[in-house]
Design a protein around this ligand. Structure first.
Ligand code: UDP
Length: 403
């Protein structure tokens, strides 16, 4: 069976028929994605899933990476934080480092796409190579309140693009180019999200010496300040006074994120006296992430800032009750008290966790609602349809796409 048809039992045949129709209209066009890492983080997660399926549909989609050294990624991580409104000291030297690496990439990059799809700020300057092709800047960051200096710097490039894409309505900015709102998605048939046999879940727990003798609270995230792993530990410690439970903080690092090691060190220090806290440094292993999410009683995502937060959709798709911060794209996924609980602080997170751990029926209902919400809004099939409509619109003079 073709891979694309495996989605039919999940989303229905008409959705897949639409995708085939749209793909047909894109025949002959080359779509070139460019970002800065092939593994780690949500962008790589999505591209790894989406590109093979688009290819199968007949859309010539390819993916290239820019190159950068340690200094460049230190700078782009600062930009990332600053755009998310986290205070960062940014100097002219940082912009110079960014431009030095960008100029090298501009010189070396092979741009061949009819549509060049640039993800996030790292490769943004490639647009200097623009000729007759169409360029999209896909921003995965919550830029609703960005550092003005960094935003002004990026604007010099953004205005050269044909269109910009943001993940949530609140992220859109005043721009002289067309903007689209397209939320990210998860792939329901990937190793990360497919159903797993109980033996697989049990063997992953066994591998990490986790015994299921008390409820499990889990956060899966890169070790990043903005994911607030220390805040998660503090919330767990409050809960633990009332309900005996355990905490899993599982994450890896991303090739373009140099902060990970520092954050991991802080997390280890904060948790070393408690045997019920499991800090897991996962290799890129989707089945293990899937198993840990499924083994959990409650999933938490206590981010201080968030682009979209794929981990929330992943948890809800598994019908898990979720406690997550009211930031970035998370409120799109969680309707408070319907498909999860939103929180604004460590105390709020602790309160919500206690509520879910002590009311299993309520927790179950939230998880079930969450799964349907994700099915209707945040699966890969909807995402591919949105992208294909966007691609077609770029070639249409009247800004309207007829199917
Ligand atoms: N992830 C993973 N292993 C890890 C940490 C995260 O596979 O150790 C995955 C996670 O399951 C999700 C993605 O990486 O699919 C993270 O995306 P999200 O939007 O939550 O956050 P980002 O890292 O892009 O800020």
């Amino acid at each position: 069976m073709a891979k694309i048809d495996e989605y039919i039992p999940v989303v229905g045949k008409s959705v897949i028929d639409d995708l085939k129709l749209l793909a047909e209209k894109l025949k002959g066009r080359v779509i070139q994605h460019v970002n800065s890492t092939a593994v780690g983080g949500g962008v790589a997660e999505i591209l790894n899933r989406m590109i093979p399926i688009l290819k199968e549909l007949g859309v010539d989609t390819r993916w290239d990476l820019i190159k950068g050294g340690e200094q460049f990624f230190e700078v782009t991580k600062k930009f990332h934080n600053a755009l998310h409104a986290r205070p960062e000291a940014i100097f002219q030297r940082d912009f110079d480092i960014f431009m030095e690496t960008s100029e090298r990439n501009i010189e070396e990059a092979n741009i061949y796409g009819d549509i060049v799809f640039i993800h996030d700020p790292q490769p943004i300057a490639l647009v200097k190579k623009k000729s007759t092709n169409k360029w999209i800047w896909r921003c995965h960051i919550d830029v609703s309140n960005p550092d003005e200096q960094v935003w002004k710097f990026l604007m010099e490039f953004i205005v050269k693009y044909d269109s910009a894409v943001f993940s949530a309505p609140a992220f859109s900015r005043k721009l002289p180019i067309r903007q689209f709102l397209i939320s990210p998605s998860i792939d329901p048939i990937s190793d990360k999200n497919k159903d797993l046999p109980q033996e697989t879940i049990d063997s992953v727990l066994q591998k990490y010496n986790i015994i299921r003798d008390k409820p499990i609270i889990t956060q899966i995230s890169r070790f990043d300040y903005l994911k607030d792993p220390v805040g998660v530990i503090e919330a767990y410690q409050q809960v633990k006074k009332y309900i005996d439970c355990q905490l899993i903080l599982a994450g890896g690092t991303a090739a373009d994120d140099p902060e990970g090691a520092r954050v991991l060190e802080e997390v280890r220090l904060k948790s070393e006296l408690d045997k019920d806290i499991h800090i897991l440094l996962l290799p890129q292993n989707d089945i293990e992430v899937n198993a840990l999410q499924r083994a959990s009683t409650v999933i938490i995502q206590k981010s201080l800032r968030e682009g979209f937060g794929l981990t929330v959709s992943e948890a809800l798709w598994k019908a898990k009750p979720v406690v997550a911060s009211h930031v970035g794209g998370i409120p799109l996924q969680i309707k408070h008290k319907f498909s999860g609980l939103l929180c604004h602080s460590v105390d709020g997170a602790a309160f919500a966790l206690k509520q879910l751990l002590s009311s299993p029926e309520y927790a179950k209902k939230l998880g079930e609602n969450g799964r349907e919400h994700i099915r209707n809004n945040f699966l890969l099939t909807r995402h591919m349809k949105d992208y294909m409509l966007l691609f077609l619109s770029l070639f249409h003079k009247e800004d309207i796409v007829y199917l």
